[in-house]
Design a protein around this ligand. Structure first.
Ligand SMILES: O=c1ccn([C@@H]2O[C@H](COP(=O)(O)OP(=O)(O)O[C@H]3O[C@H](CO)[C@@H](O)[C@H](O)[C@H]3O)[C@@H](O)[C@H]2O)c(=O)[nH]1
Length: 471
């Protein structure tokens, strides 16, 4: 019999997955649970814990220290072949030292489910994004059955259904009417058809390994579909899956004092962040455009960066642009651009995003619609200009624009389109309406009631784990 005193948390190795997991660790700590967050060694290097109840443990991954050739597929190979044995060793040592009550596994790190099972430890799932995306993924069998996609995950066009070449997914199957998800929004449709098929195979593996998990913690808020809570019929018929929405609680946790985040490679992070803050302090309220495409998406075409750069210049508004230092991201910057715009615009490789979004000066956020960024924007009541790039970002964008009305979608990255979008989101009637919606949304997501409700969801989760361990 194991007491519920420690849990091992296994995020997918990307910043947008690790951050919420670390916050979960902090939240569990306040319930008296020691959390061991297990990260592949190449990510472990970027994080530090100064809290003895949140331990960050490296999993040997097989990558060499300076191996830059890490992409979705090479990381996948390491997760499948190398990390399981190494995590198993860590869990067994912990078992020996006093016990592990539960392994909390990001569903995208489904490789770790088998480790829990082999070690005889309870396994819970963690879903880092919207529940709507979870429903889309777990509806794959229905999508195939209903002829929306092929067995390889590729959309099938039906002429009688055609709307802009895309099929709108049936309303009751997946989502609220307003989200109007279409097959082009499916999260595995990234890159060439061969990459789409491999990503689809990745998701099939996720479903197979995780569909029998009894509990899933969800990093989102309960009322995603406005006030309607939707659940897939097949999920309902599926054993007794218990879902615990914990997103607002996670977001309300301040991890700054405990977890030092070194993801910014700049040798002097403090100075770097300070210069951004000082620049923001000088800007007038609601004037700055903040631009960031998160941490995980691959570089976008050089031509698009050129268009974006020119549009920002022409917009004649102050901007803070997070643009990674890698050549593929920066080569689109026109010559002399940084100097020419030095007064009005700041281009940085990394920004302390939560700090930035807090500023009144920030008028809008041009975003890739990553889930964490979306939640953070809601928290700080910022209007969104959306340019989804891959994965779940299309689903998120549909909700941001169509269901919650807190943003506008850019239908391309041409200069004219961007300029138009900037005008609409920054000034005028539509901008005012959107601002009103964002403020209402903040209450719906981050109000006291929601934080309390999600805190009690986490307590219930700990309770069921406790029962399972004593049963
Ligand atoms: O300069 C930066 C850039 C990012 N961030 C932070 O990094 C996180 C980024 O997370 P997110 O917005 O979710 O984007 P990604 O890192 O791209 O996240 C991946 O993981 C998410 C959760 O599964 C998905 O929703 C995204 O589509 C996927 O790209 C946020 O907390 C940001 O505040 C910073 O602090 N500074």
């Amino acid at each position: 019999m194991t007491q519920v005193t420690s849990m091992v948390l296994v995020p997918y190795p990307a910043h947008g997955h690790i951050t919420p997991m670390l916050r979960l660790a902090r939240a569990l700590r306040s319930l008296g649970i020691t959390s061991i967050v297990a990260l592949p060694d190449f990510m472990h290097r970027n994080y530090n814990s100064t809290d003895d109840q949140v331990i960050i443990e490296p999993i040997p991954s097989g990558f060499k220290e300076n191996d830059d050739a890490k992409d979705f597929f090479s990381i996948d190979a390491s997760m499948e072949k190398i990390m399981p044995g190494n995590l198993e060793r860590i869990v067994r040592e912990l078992e020996f030292a006093g016990g592990v009550a539960c392994l909390v596994v990001d569903l995208l790190a489904s490789w770790a489910v088998g480790v829990g099972q082999r070690c005889g430890v309870q396994v819970a799932g963690f879903w880092p994004a919207m529940f709507a995306t979870y429903r889309v993924v777990f509806a794959i069998p229905e999508l195939i059955l209903n002829g929306f996609i092929s067995e390889c995950g590729i959309p099938i066009l039906h002429h009688h259904h055609k709307i802009n070449q895309d099929i709108i997914l049936e309303r009751d199957l997946l989502t609220s009417n307003q989200a109007k998800l279409s097959t082009k929004d499916l999260p595995w449709l990234v890159g060439e058809p061969s990459s789409q098929k491999s990503r689809f195979a990745f998701w099939l593996r996720v479903i197979n390994r995780t569909r029998s998990l009894p509990w899933i913690l969800i990093n989102s808020f309960p009322k995603e579909d406005n006030n309607k809570i939707t659940i897939l019929p097949s999920l309902l018929s599926n054993h007794q899956l218990q879902t615990f929405h914990v997103g607002p609680l996670m977001l309300s946790i301040n991890d700054k004092k405990i977890l030092m985040n070194n993801i910014n490679n700049s040798s002097n992070k403090k100075e770097h962040d300070k210069s951004i803050i000082q620049w923001l302090e000088k800007q007038e309220p609601c004037t700055v455009i903040y631009i960031s495409f998160g941490t995980w998406v691959g570089p976008i075409a050089k031509e698009k960066i050129i268009e974006l750069a020119m549009a920002l210049e022409e917009a004649k508004r102050p901007f803070l642009w997070v643009l990674k230092e890698e050549k593929q991201w920066r080569e689109g910057l026109p010559e002399g651009y940084l100097d020419r715009n030095a007064k009005k615009g700041k281009v940085v490789a990394w920004a302390p995003q939560e700090e930035v979004l807090k500023f009144q000066a920030v008028g809008c956020y041009l975003t890739h619609c990553g889930w964490n960024s979306t939640m953070e924007a809601i928290r700080h009541e910022k209007r969104l200009l959306c340019y989804p790039i891959s994965g779940d970002q299309f689903v998120n964008c549909n909700y941001i624009v169509g269901v919650w009305g807190i943003g506008i979608k850019l239908e391309g990255l041409e200069r004219g389109v961007i300029l138009d979008g900037i005008e609409k989101i920054m000034v005028g009637r539509e901008a005012e309406m959107i601002q009103k919606k964002v403020s209402e949304m903040k209450v719906r997501v981050m109000g006291d009631e929601e934080i309390c409700a999600t805190a009690s969801n986490l307590e219930s989760f700990v309770e069921v784990v406790r029962e399972a361990n004593s049963g």
